[in-house]
Ligand binder design. Structure first.
Ligand code: GLU
Length: 297
């Protein structure tokens, strides 16, 4: 019988956790515990060039310091290329994915020719150049054939959302020109394989959800419930991220780290041990989500 709640925290080991990623880790743990569910950790080391050796161990230690212990040994995406290739082969066989010969420069040139601008995130919308074949060119990447439709989904915190993936993103990459699988494919295959029922992650990832729902449909996988947590902003007003030099979270004082992350989630947690803090936070989290009638499962 499938479990009624399986959640996960899925960090990319590109450096230690910062205060913002701890908020997502804590929220996903609290939501799993408040539902009496299981909580898994997946190390998303699929983008090998961006990974920092040893960062996985640092992250696992940081969450362990804060009492967040997964119910199973962590899954590493770097071990799962065969599963991603199988999913891609399946999509290609059913005409849902196709090879693409375009370089970034080709896409930019085509966008200019069409008089289009970049998407609101500054990304290039793929103009569909290779949709109908490579015309003798060599394949570089593999893309999902995105259907023309608006994708609706509901976030437990942000409410109803929609995205026109075709217009905003276009046919997106599943396997990159450098041979690595794209985050979108890996995350969807793994959430499906691990039976994840509830995804709790930072709001900076909300924008990926519609793409991931399209991929779930294409692969015949169920769509989990989504909750995107508030971001932590740095002094410059920008969200904390490893890319803009956010400091590693210091978990030598785990109570401070936990209370700080809990406060971002609207929880006022007291307690003198990690265990007490987590118990209090779990009770508050459950009450908060029940009160807003948004708790699911
Ligand atoms: N690995 C992604 C990140 O650290 C998160 C993926 C997810 O939670 O869906 O940004």
């Amino acid at each position: 019988m499938p479990a009624s709640y399986i959640g996960r925290f899925a960090p990319s080991p590109t450096g230690p956790l910062h205060a913002g990623s701890m908020v997502a880790a804590l929220a996903s743990w609290l939501d799993a515990r408040a539902h009496g569910g299981r909580w898994l950790v997946r190390i998303e080391d699929v983008d090998v060039p961006r990974c920092v050796p040893g960062a996985d161990r640092v992250i696992l230690q940081q969450i362990a310091d804060c009492g967040l212990l997964p119910d199973e040994p962590p899954l590493y995406q770097s071990q799962r290329s065969a599963q991603y290739q199988q999913a891609l082969d399946d999509l290609v066989a059913r005409g849902r994915a196709y090879p693409c010969a375009c370089s970034r420069r080709d896409i930019e040139a085509e966008q200019q020719r069409l008089g289009r601008v970049k998407s609101r995130h500054g990304e290039l919308v793929y103009p569909g150049t290779c949709r109908d074949g490579l015309h003798g060119k060599a394949p570089r990447a593999w893309r999902l054939r995105v259907p023309a439709s608006i994708v609706p989904w509901t976030d437990r915190r942000l409410g109803p959302q929609t995205q026109d993936v075709e217009a905003d993103v276009g046919d997106f990459v599943l396997k990159r020109a450098d041979g690595y699988f794209a985050y979108q494919l890996a995350v969807v295959v793994d959430d499906g394989a691990q039976g994840i029922t509830h995804i709790v992650r930072g709001e900076d990832l909300a924008d990926n959800t519609a793409r991931q729902i399209l991929l779930q449909f294409a692969l015949g996988l169920p769509t989990p419930a989504y909750l995107h947590t508030p971001l932590v902003l740095g002094a410059n007003g920008e969200k904390l991220s490893k890319q803009n030099g956010a400091l590693a979270l210091d978990t030598r004082d785990p109570l401070l780290a936990l209370k700080t992350a809990a406060a971002v989630l609207g929880l006022q947690v007291s307690g003198t041990t990690v265990g007490d803090c987590l118990t209090a936070a779990t009770a508050q989290w459950a009450a908060l989500w029940r009160a807003t009638a948004k708790i699911q499962g």
